[in-house]
Design a protein around this ligand. Sequence first.
Ligand code: ZN
Length: 430
Amino acid sequence: MEGTKGMSVFVLDQRKHPLMPCSERRARLLLSRKRAVVHRVWPFTIRLKDRSREASQVQPVALKLDPGSKTTGMALARVEQTQVGEMHHALHLAELSHRGERVHHALQQRAGYRHRRRSAHQRYRVPRFQNRTRPAGWLPPSLRSRIGNMLTWTRRYARFAPVGRIDVEQVKFDLALMDNPELTGVAYQRGEVFGWEIRAYVLAKFHHQCAYCGTHQGALELDHVHPRSRRGSDRVSNLAPACHDCNAKKGNRTAAEFGHPEVEVQAKVPLRDAAAVNATRLALVEALGVFGLPMGTWTGGRTRWNRDRFAVEKAHCLDALCVGELAGIGLPAQRVLHITAQGRGSYQRTNVDASGFPRGYLLRQKRVRGFSTGDLIRAEVPAHLKTRGVHVGRVAVRLSGSFKVGKTDGIHARYCHLMQRGDGYGYVWQ
Ligand SMILES: [Zn+2]
């Protein structure tokens, strides 16, 4: 099953039901023998003309997600049951960049324009406040955009591959575990997954820096504020991150004796915004429920533990592969698909200059001669024209019919062929 290039091409049967992904080499063979047609360019998907799902072998596939504030790691893995547990073999790895910051910026800019029009006594919309309440479960638009991106890609992957399960990293660390000190004491000594949960929690509480000198450099150790040699406990309330130097210098002293009484205080305070850190992820897991697929929800501590055990590099997509309860991972060399959320154009129809004055008006209609900005185009321009040759890329349309394809301007619509409609995302292999 496993090639050196990974299984990066999605395969559908004649009725567009998903089959197991195949290698690029096999896809080329199927296409050249006319047994398959190209169904979609990004991510590359072929459709078999002579095969039904009933006649094919489909193995269980898990969609694994590691949601992040800027980038979400996504992995499709073939699940193999072994005697020691589940092996997850990577079929497809992807990283999805969100546009949360741009959404936030656009809304701030809009507020700025409205504010300016009011203060300049120009025609303006009357400000509204206090007349609206936020419904239960309200999330800021930047977070909603992130959740929307993840729902879109879960829906798509479920169409391209036989996804039977979703594994998602729901929380950064297990809060229930932190509330149960008895459990943490034993587990910390065992140094297993619980140890990683505690580590993540303590590091978040101290902002990932040494509690004594404030350095971010190097590996941080977990220091016992009240030393264990003097009967200090293993509870989270007695732990603080320390760099190797500070930990060695402190030695057998308590934090107060070492000259840092504030560390003792901070260690005892529970992490207040832990719930807020987890809020978006909880909303995401709730939203993923619409797919009706069995869902495994896991903690970040477990992901890091897996990553450490299987000696996996740090990358968003590999983190996603390490989510869940695993006995091992299979990671054939393969490319990673980078997906960037770009939105579907602008609501604003007027461009403005740096001072906020109108400069240029955008088209009200989106489609020109069958094409819209963002569509993937292949243009074949005849030899007697200046833009001669073949151009492939995203198109920017103009009412005149003279388009920009990729970086080349001035290509007429009559030479353009649609490869794929713009879907609000940009794609690059890496
Ligand atoms: Zn230090």
